[in-house]
Design a protein around this ligand. Structure first.
Ligand SMILES: Nc1ncnc2c1ncn2[C@@H]1O[C@H](COP(=O)(O)OP(=O)(O)OP(=O)(O)O)[C@@H](O)[C@H]1O
Ligand SMILES: [Mg+2]
Length: 361
């Protein structure tokens, strides 16, 4: 059965001083002018879902200016579980489960699965590989706790190896010191790649189907791209150690890989028309949503942030259709409710967002 976010409470989160929101288990629409707090509400929901802020780089940026702490609480059904996140200036953030502090914010992962479409998601296709890796990491961490564990081990070992590389450029560092971290990188890196490859293989046909529906005859393909060839990553790390000391960073491993998006046999990022890029990003996201649904066995919370304004009628209709047939809880933001189309508006609980105040209509 789907997990539903029933009640949401925010304090000093971005421009929202205080808000209590009773969400519908089906469709919710947050409408308001620019800069009123709509995206902030969606971001607060993802904070409960992922344990971290999606926008910007640091969690503390979400704390309302002039205040010292922000908090977000949500009650999920059918279990009645209370999830919470507190952000502090100059102190570690804290996650709460039924009022009790969790060891790590990431312990919230998987309790409120969500898939979001952000207005900036076009960059998934047009931007650097880092954005696509972050998407893979976010999705896979929500789906598989062991993926997140391997990722955490990998990141730590990578920092340690990089620190040693810098050290080794002006003094002697024994091989055995490198070998400890390279063994960890090799093992967790191998797991990370296996998860990513398998996920991309499942994702590709779903994305191709969604794309073919919007742009008949235009083939979309997704391929996980390993940037280095050696199958044994530990060995590859030992082999590149000398070169890596000279460049001061680790040149092989999943932190350098990419998800290649091709339209009609050409790289969408380099050669795609704007329309093809938009269609492929929507297809990609629809596929991510479909796959998450398959893997977790129920529809995740679907968050659509201001995605209608930049799209033509055809693509807008496809996304509205996705929302309407989703079968789980949906929260949509837009500047004018009309953008979402009559049917979605008619079936939604509507909230007005104005200067950080959120009022149900
Ligand atoms: N830490 C913060 N403290 C106070 N205000 C903030 C903070 N971070 C962002 N803001 C402000 O909060 C306001 C609401 O931002 P938000 O992105 O939620 O707006 P929005 O309603 O989604 O607008 P748009 O329609 O333009 O996307 C903006 O004016 C933003 O500058
Ligand atoms: Mg916004």
């Amino acid at each position: 059965m789907a997990v539903i976010l029933e009640r949401l409470r925010l304090h000093d989160y971005r421009n929202i001083e205080a808000a209590e929101i009773e969400l519908s288990p089906e469709f919710n629409l947050l409408a308001g002018q620019n800069a009123q707090g709509k995206t902030s509400v969606l971001e607060a929901i993802t904070l409960l879902s992922l344990g971290r802020v999606v926008r910007g780089s640091r969690d503390t940026e979400a704390i309302r200016e002039g205040t010292e702490a922000a908090s977000v609480f949500g009650e999920i059904q059918p279990t009645g579980t209370a999830l919470g996140m507190e952000l502090f200036r100059g102190r570690k953030k804290r996650a709460l489960l039924n009022g009790l502090g969790l060891a790590r914010a990431s312990d919230l992962l998987g309790r409120l699965p969500s898939v979001s479409f952000w207005a900036g998601d076009l960059e998934l296709v047009t931007g650097e590989p880092a954005g696509r890796r972050l998407m893979m990491d976010s999705e896979l961490s929500q789906l598989y706790p062991s993926y997140f564990r391997h990722l955490a081990i990998y990141k730590r070992a990578l920092e340690q190896r990089n620190a040693l590389l810098k050290l080794a450029s002006d003094r002697y560092v024994g091989d055995e010191q490198f070998e400890v971290w390279e063994a960890q990188l090799g093992e967790s890196g191998h797991e990370i790649r296996s998860f990513r490859v398998e996920w991309c293989e499942m994702l590709a046909p779903l994305a191709a189907a969604a794309h073919g529906e919007m742009a008949p005859g235009e083939a979309l393909s997704l391929v996980y791209l390993r940037k280095d060839e050696e199958p044994d990553l530990t060995l590859a790390l030992a082999q590149t150690r000398g070169r890596d000391i000279a460049r001061g960073s680790t040149s092989v491993g999943p932190h350098r890989d990419d998800l290649e998006i091709m339209v009609g046999g050409r790289l969408a990022r380099q050669f795609g028309s704007q329309g093809q890029q938009r269609t492929s990003v929507i297809s990609l996201k629809i596929a991510v949503l479909d796959l998450a649904k398959q893997i977790i066995g129920f529809p995740p919370l679907l968050l659509l942030d201001d995605i209608f304004s930049d799209l033509d009628e055809h693509r807008r209709a496809r996304l509205v259709h996705t929302a309407l047939t989703h079968g789980g809880q949906v929260v949509v933001t837009c500047t004018e409710a009309g953008q979402a189309g009559g049917e979605l508006v008619g079936r939604s609980k509507i909230f007005r967002v104005n200067q950080g105040q959120v009022q149900a209509e």
